[in-house]
Design a protein around this ligand. Structure first.
Ligand code: B12
Ligand code: SF4
Ligand code: SF4
Length: 353
């Protein structure tokens, strides 16, 4: 395609992406520079992925878009804002409730973003490309390094908290990509705008950043509450507070959020019952009730046992003796990890003074 036609195709794709509801769109070549590859290798070599062995299993595809799909020539990077309407950390001050991170208070973003990506991909194939053009859509779960690709496509930069920050949407963007055989001119990569700021790093309750731009997932509350299924190290339990699913402290600290307007995608808006759920109520959920309560929510993915473990730790941090019966109920749980967390909680609640 001649450059003028490529530009026209990019414009059509960008307009359609925005019409579908995406807040950011950019274009990159289907390749990652040597830094992302080396840094992923370092991260894995230091064991910072913890029990997420799937990260190491497909590291080659993760750090080489063409190792995942040799025919890919371009990547279309998309961002969808989920910026909250109010203070995302307000609920941390209510220890009798559980705090769910902003991204998981509404419908599962994997489903929402994937649906939008599929619409955009179908449009590209049917309306923007020569016959034979192929596309593949990804959001989160594929071996794709979404943040460095989005930075290369110019929709933001990787901040010191390691997530992509946008000048317009702050830290609150979900990412998705379309890999395609179309040759599209890359946009300019986004420059780093962190400057001397280190607010995200000092905001972290578990000191999970060994250095700027580096995260040790094993210390991160998001990893501990969502990805890790064993007994959480007692070192981290007090710092978890009432965070029962994910953590937003480093994202919320970012000064670039001040430009963000609340996300407009209704499906991602917070469910009222997940804004400040009662810990005693959550502790009483059996498997069937857990599944019913979290239908269409990303929380369903972690299963009832991991969730109940997190609830037990939040109960142990509540300093609220009214939650002793809830902890006693979980101590009798058939899952040893849940029972262990509940014993720890009971011990804390019964400590004098
Ligand atoms: C594994 C994973 C996690 C792990 C590890 C996170 C991590 N930072 O690696 C855990 C479970 C902890 C996690 C937590 C969260 N996650 Co997560 N996660 C992923 C996943 C699947 C892979 C990320 C990855 O490749 N990590 C490996 C490391 C090595 O890569 P990296 O983070 O890009 O590391 C870079 C930096 O270290 C940098 N670097 C190192 N040194 C230096 C030096 C300089 C100078 C510079 C500039 C850079 C630099 O280079 C590395 C390579 O680019 C992505 C989806 C995907 N497929 O990409 C979602 C993803 C990153 N997660 C996401 C979200 C929303 C979260 C949470 C906010 C959820 C929550 N509220 O609890 C937290 C945020 C925690 C945090 N501060 O990162 C979003 C982030 C969106 C965005 N705007 O960036 C993603 C992109 C999913 C999505 N599709 O939207 N996540
Ligand atoms: S998500 Fe929470 S625990 Fe993880 S790095 Fe950010 S502030 Fe620290
Ligand atoms: S809080 Fe500061 S250092 Fe962290 S990502 Fe935002 S601008 Fe960068």
């Amino acid at each position: 395609m001649c450059p003028a036609i490529v530009d026209a195709v990019k414009t059509r794709i960008s307009e359609k992406a925005r019409a579908l509801g995406f807040d950011a769109v950019g274009f990159a070549a289907a390749e990652l520079g040597p830094e992302a590859r080396t840094r992923l290798a370092d991260f894995l070599a230091q064991g910072r992925h913890g029990s997420m062995s799937w990260m190491a299993d497909r590291a080659e595809q993760r750090s080489h878009p063409r190792a995942l799909w040799p025919q890919a020539r371009s990547v279309i990077a998309l961002g969808l804002s989920y910026a909250p309407e109010s203070d995302p950390l307000a609920n941390l001050a209510h220890p009798e409730t559980g705090n769910i991170s902003v991204y998981a208070r509404g419908r599962d973003y994997h489903d929402v973003v994937k649906g939008m990506l599929k619409h955009l991909a179908a449009f590209i194939v049917s309306r923007c490309a020569e016959p034979g053009t192929e596309v593949k859509v990804f959001v989160d779960t594929a071996p794709v390094m979404e943040k460095p690709l989005a930075m290369r496509a110019g929709i933001g930069w990787q901040g010191k908290h390691t997530n992509l920050v946008s000048r317009r949407h702050g830290s609150w963007l979900f990412l998705g990509e379309i890999y395609t055989t179309l040759a599209l001119t890359p946009d300019e990569p986004h420059a780093d705008r962190c400057g001397t700021c280190t607010r995200c790093m000092t905001a972290c309750p578990t000191d999970a950043f060994p250095a700027p731009y580096q995260l040790d997932a094993r210390r991160c509350i998001s990893y501990l509450t969502i990805e890790y299924d064993g007994p959480i190290d007692p070192e981290f339990r007090p710092a978890m507070g009432n965070r029962i699913y994910g953590c937003d402290d480093c994202l919320a600290a970012c000064p670039w959020n001040r430009f963000a307007q609340a996300g407009h995608t209704a499906k991602l808006h917070a469910r009222p019952d997940l804004a400040a759920p009662d810990l005693a109520d959550l502790a009483s959920l059996d498997d069937a009730a857990f599944r019913a309560r979290f239908t269409a929510s990303p929380i369903k993915r972690i299963g009832r046992a991991r969730f109940a473990r997190n609830v037990a730790i939040a109960i142990g941090n509540s300093a609220d003796p009214r939650l002793i019966p809830a902890a006693e109920h979980l101590v009798r749980d058939s899952d040893p990890v849940v029972a262990d967390a509940a014993s720890w909680a009971l011990y804390r609640l019964k400590l004098p003074g």
